[in-house]
Design a protein around this ligand. Structure first.
Ligand SMILES: Cc1cc2nc3c(=O)[nH]c(=O)nc-3n(C[C@H](O)[C@H](O)[C@H](O)COP(=O)(O)OP(=O)(O)OC[C@H]3O[C@@H](n4cnc5c(N)ncnc54)[C@H](O)[C@@H]3O)c2cc1C
Length: 468
């Protein structure tokens, strides 16, 4: 049986499902091929959503044990019910994935359940999950196949004792000693979950800092706070092998630059060294679709590959591997296919690490501005001087705004603190409108809120913060 569409989207992650819904909204006959049994891709099934569910739940556990006495709330005994916490996470995931299925029905997007292969421009063959194959024809194809865990040589993932993020979201018991390989956001978030639930957590990072790519000052402060919470860091070190045996997982660790090898035993090892584009099984080589040295589909400014009629978005192409970046690209590509002017502003895509406190960032870091030789002014405001943060007993961290030295235009902002992921939104919006720091400084912010720290940092850019 062959069906004809205007658009076939391959993959139903935040890039793919959003592209499919937007294309259907614009009147294009749209199908989305997804091989997983549920929609939503990495993000909803094994990424953003389950990790945030566990982060939220484990934060409540930590708060009940250590964070309430300061507010005069005494809790006699606090127990962990890990099975219930996992069930809550699964419920959240199911609500989200079935929500996408509902949106597909509502917008009349056909969900083809199976693995897609591009036979030719305009032709997609699907190996159906239910058995058999289906050939589809279409005017446009959008590749939104996302990413997969980057493996680490010498460390074979079994998802039991040596796990990727997927296994770390579903451990059946709290490991006594957890090794996290990689000090990026996934390692720090999942390390935080299991530390709160009782594990002794060690993070080994190849580089001499955590959160590479984030502002250096913020990254150092974040490390200090996580250390205070009990996470140990081994920076400038690399894991060369991990072998699961009766006594645990025996791990070899050595300095990144080479040197003496240590052997240390852990109960569980989490490999979180990054993710790589998942583009191997689409038949791209035979079609002549160009990929870069990291396997990402090469696209122009309009998400078009070098083969007419084939487009790509999300983790499968260059740029930050973030759900909202994939979503924005999904909207943009659908609008382009419908003849509109879809566009993504890569200068204003926030990044958030959902540890406690959160770390949020948008635009340039100080390091990047220095490297680019751009003269800038800095405005900082610590949460210790914010009334609401004091009331919340959440005074760790600060807001830091970087603005152009001559025009005052905001070039970047970095927030470490409670609700940083929400606070960054106003600066992202400001940057979309080319705001000057003074625009933020002169905007009324409700009192008492954490957002006043953003205003004060904007005032501090001009050396006129009021409350410090
Ligand atoms: C633990 C973890 C936590 C994360 N937390 C965050 C966060 O808090 N915020 C954030 O912004 N990002 C987060 N991310 C990253 C985010 O999940 C990704 O950036 C996002 O999912 C990318 O979306 P996508 O649509 O490009 O691809 P994906 O979400 O990876 O979806 C691709 C889909 O394509 C399907 N597929 C692949 N090939 C085929 C084929 N040939 N045929 C049919 N289907 C196919 C796959 O099954 C998959 O469902 C997290 C990731 C992980 C792993």
């Amino acid at each position: 049986m062959s069906e004809t569409y205007d658009v076939i989207v391959i993959g139903s992650g935040p890039g793919g499902y959003v592209a499919a819904i937007r294309a259907a909204q614009l009147g294009l006959r749209t199908a989305c091929v997804e091989k997983r049994e549920t929609l939503g891709g990495t993000c909803l099934n094994i990424g953003c959503i389950p990790s945030k569910a566990l982060l939220f739940s484990s934060e409540r556990f930590e708060e009940a044990r250590h964070g309430l006495a300061v507010h005069g709330v005494r809790v006699a005994s606090v127990e962990l019910d890990l099975a219930a916490m996992m069930a809550q996470k699964d419920k959240v995931v199911a609500a989200n994935t079935s929500g996408v299925a509902f949106l597909f029905r509502k917008n009349k997007v056909d969900w083809i359940k199976g693995e897609a292969r591009i036979a030719a421009p305009g032709a997609v063959d699907v190996t159906l999950n239910a058995g058999g194959t289906q050939s589809l024809t279409t005017r446009h194809i959008v590749i939104a196949t996302g990413s997969e865990v980057t493996p680490l040589a010498g460390v074979a993932i079994d998802e039991q004792r040596i796990v990727s993020s997927t296994g770390a979201l579903a451990l059946g018991e709290v490991p006594k000693r957890l090794l996290v390989i990689g000090g990026g956001y996934i390692g720090l978030e999942l390390g935080s979950v299991w530390r709160r639930l009782g594990a002794e957590v060690t993070v080994v990072e190849f580089l001499d800092r955590i959160l590479p790519g984030m502002d250096g000052e913020i990254s150092r402060q974040t490390q200090r706070l996580l250390q205070k919470q009990g996470i140990s860091f081994r920076l400038g070190m690399k894991v060369t092998s991990a072998v699961a045996g009766d006594a645990g997982v025996s791990v070899s660790i050595e300095p990144s630059a080479g040197g003496p090898v240590e052997s240390v035993t852990f109960d569980t090892v989490l490999v979180a060294v990054g993710r790589r584009a998942f583009t191997d099984r689409l038949g791209l080589e035979a079609l002549g679709v160009t990929r870069d040295e990291r396997g990402r589909v090469a696209t122009d400014g309009h998400f078009a590959t070098n083969v007419p009629g084939i487009y790509a978005i999300g983790d499968a192409i260059a740029g930050p591997m973030l759900a909202h970046k994939a979503e924005d690209e999904g909207v943009a590509v659908a609008e382009i296919l419908a003849g509109q002017a879809g566009h993504v502003n890569y200068e204003a895509i926030p990044g958030v690490v959902y540890t406690w406190p959160e770390v949020a960032s948008v635009g340039r870091t100080e390091e990047q501005l220095k490297e680019a030789g751009i003269a800038y002014k800095t405005g900082k405001f610590p949460f210790t001087a914010n009334g609401r943060a004091r009331a919340m007993a959440a005074t760790d961290g600060m807001v830091k705004i970087l603005a152009d030295a001559s025009t005052d235009r905001v070039l970047g902002a970095h927030i470490l603190g409670a609700n940083a992921g929400d606070l960054i939104a106003e600066i992202v919006l400001g940057m979309e409108f080319s705001a000057a720091a003074e625009d933020i400084a002169r905007t009324s912010h409700a009192h008492p809120t954490l957002s006043e720290a953003v205003k004060e940092a904007a005032l501090a850019v001009a050396g006129r913060a009021i409350h410090i």
